[in-house]
Structures are given as structure tokens and as C-alpha cells.
Design a protein around this ligand. Structure first.
Ligand SMILES: C[S@@+](CC[C@H](N)C(=O)[O-])C[C@H]1O[C@@H](n2cnc3c(N)ncnc32)[C@H](O)[C@@H]1O
Length: 295
């Protein structure tokens, strides 16, 4: 197909509007968060993009994000997915959760994944240090009766809904993805099949490099010519990043099936010995039976 394996310099919403419908299998993206850029702590002050501001009236911002989500929906194939990374923010003490606008889009919300980043962006004590961001797994149904989609293979599902992946440090961009994150998203939903991967806020191209190394086609968009140039260079040198992608893929492995473990009377919470179970079978569960019944 024409227009694949390209990075477009431009505004995400305008560019998405020009793309044909139902061409994308999976999108992984992280928009600017509308954090404001002043008096928000030392780390936020450092997160200033080349060629774009990150301060908008919140209503305008959310309206634009809904429009972007809906454009991605339009150009996603039926059965396709979008992994939308965002975070909880506070404005004058009021929490703003990305669910507020994500639920207003056309997508079916399949899951809210916690991205446990291990480090906090702001070390003041107004709240417990915030070490998480959110990743919404959004799904475009195949038909009217499909609200759930096909099951993930156990080798992917075992990675659980909490992803402990440290943030990336790279002098070329204030907050690029660690390459493990888009790798996990693409590999989990495509399960090794080839497809078309989109990132409409691609920054220095991490999602696109992951796509290339997984044998997929890509489309990237970013408003900064500086980041687009770096992204193109990274794609040319993608092989240099293969080891990290490979290390992520090696986590998608079922040691023993659920049935085998159950038969042996073993712990069945997680399959891979690479992960320590959250609770061992000897420890009490972190909730009482009563809590459990009330869910
Ligand atoms: C959170 S960063 C994404 C980083 C990316 N995931 C990576 O790994 O490099 C958000 C990106 O959105 C870009 N951006 C800001 N406003 C934009 C707009 N209106 N259209 C397209 N890109 C925009 C910024 O230049 C920045 O690179």
C-alpha cells in the first residue's frame, strides 16, 4: 500500500484526517499531556517539546484528544487496537483522569493498564509520589455483537495489567517510550503476525522502530522537524535496538500451562519464573473473602 513506512511532519489531527480508512492494525501513542509548563515541579519544567507547547485550555485539549481518538478509530481495521498512554493530572487540587475523555470516544475500552515507571515525576508531598501512568487498551469491534474481541494468547496475558517498565532516558527527547512498551503492545495483539502500526505523536520514533524490528509496516506523525529527523535515523539504524526488543519478546513465554500447574497443585497466578508472584500461596491473599464476594 502507498504511504506506508513513512513519517509525516505535521499536526496529528490534520494529518490523520487525510489518511484513508481501515488501514491500521495497531496504534501505540502518547500525546502531549497538557501539563502546563510552569510551576509544576522540576521534571515537568524540563519536559518542553521542540516546536509545540503543552498548555491548552483543558476543555479544548480534551475535545481535540477525542477527535484524535475518533480519527484513529476510523483508520483502524475492524478488530484492531489502540494503546493510548496518558496520566492522571491535578489542576487546582482537582484530579483529571484520562478516562473522562477516552470514554467519550468511539472505542471500546478493553482494559486500563497501569504503567509502573518506578520513579516519580514530582517529589512534593501533596500526594503519595506518583510513579504510574495509564495505558488504555482500546478496541474496534469486528461486528455489532463483538464487544470483547478474541482472547490474548496466554504467553501475552501472563504479563498482567501492571507493567513495570522504567522510563527511557534519552537526551534527544524529554520523554520517549522505552522500546519495551510498544514492543509489548504490538507483539501481544499481533502475536507475531505482520501488520500496520501507527503512532500519531511519534516523537523520536520508538513505536516505529519496534514495528520495524517486529517485521511490521509503520506510519508516524510528529509536529517537530527535529524529532522526525531523529526518528528517521533511528529507523535506518533499527538493528542496533534489536537486543532490547528481543529481551522483551523473551518475557512472552508460558513455562507451564494453567491446567498443568493446577494439576500439580502449584501456584497459578503467573506463568513465568521471571516474575515473582505478587503473593505466594503461603501468604494470605491481599483481600478478604468478603471483599472478594462484594466485587
Ligand atoms: C509524549 S511525546 C511522544 C514520544 C514518543 N512516544 C517517543 O517515543 O519518542 C509527544 C510528542 O507529540 C509531539 N506533538 C505535540 N503536539 C503535536 C501535534 N499537534 N501533532 C503531532 N505531534 C505533536 C511532540 O513533538 C512530542 O514528540
Amino acid at each position: 500500500m502507498k504511504g506506508l513506512d513513512t513519517i509525516i511532519l505535521g499536526d496529528a489531527l490534520e494529518t490523520l484526517r487525510d489518511l484513508p480508512q481501515e488501514i491500521v492494525d495497531v496504534t501505540i501513542t502518547s500525546p502531549p499531556y497538557n501539563k502546563g509548563e510552569k510551576n509544576k515541579g522540576w521534571l515537568v519544567d524540563k519536559i518542553v517539546y521542540q516546536g509545540a507547547t503543552d498548555i491548552k485550555d483543558e476543555k479544548t485539549y480534551q475535545k481535540e484528544q477525542i477527535a484524535v481518538l475518533n480519527e484513529i478509530y476510523r483508520l483502524t481495521k475492524k478488530g484492531g487496537s489502540l494503546f493510548y498512554n496518558h496520566k492522571l493530572r491535578w489542576y487546582r487540587g482537582q484530579m483529571i483522569h484520562p478516562y473522562e475523555w477516552v470514554r467519550q470516544s468511539r472505542w471500546v475500552i478493553r482494559q486500563e493498564i497501569i504503567w509502573h515507571r518506578r520513579i516519580a515525576a514530582n517529589l512534593r508531598g501533596w500526594r503519595f509520589w506518583q510513579v504510574d501512568e495509564r495505558i488504555f487498551w482500546l478496541y474496534k469491534p469486528r461486528n455489532q455483537s463483538d464487544r470483547v474481541g478474541p482472547e490474548l494468547k496466554p504467553r501475552h496475558a501472563l504479563l498482567t495489567s501492571v507493567w513495570e517498565i522504567p522510563p527511557e532516558r534519552d537526551d534527544r527527547h524529554p520523554n520517549p517510550f522505552p522500546i519495551e512498551l510498544p514492543t509489548r503492545c504490538i507483539f501481544s495483539v499481533l502475536d507475531g503476525n505482520k501488520g500496520v502500526v501507527l503512532d500519531p505523536y511519534c516523537g523520536i520514533g520508538t513505536t516505529l522502530v519496534a514495528a520495524v524490528l517486529l517485521g511490521c509496516h509503520f506510519i508516524g506523525i510528529d509536529i517537530s522537524p527535529v524529532y522526525v529527523t531523529i526518528a528517521r535515523e533511528r529507523i535506518r539504524d533499527a538493528e542496533k535496538e534489536r537486543d532490547r526488543v528481543q529481551a522483551e519478546l523473551s518475557l512472552h513465554k508460558v513455562q507451564k500451562t494453567f491446567e498443568e500447574r493446577k494439576r500439580e497443585g502449584r501456584w497459578v497466578g503467573r506463568f513465568s519464573p521471571l516474575h515473582k508472584p505478587i503473593v505466594s500461596p503461603q501468604q494470605p491473599l491481599p483481600y478478604s473473602n468478603r471483599d472478594h464476594e462484594e466485587r
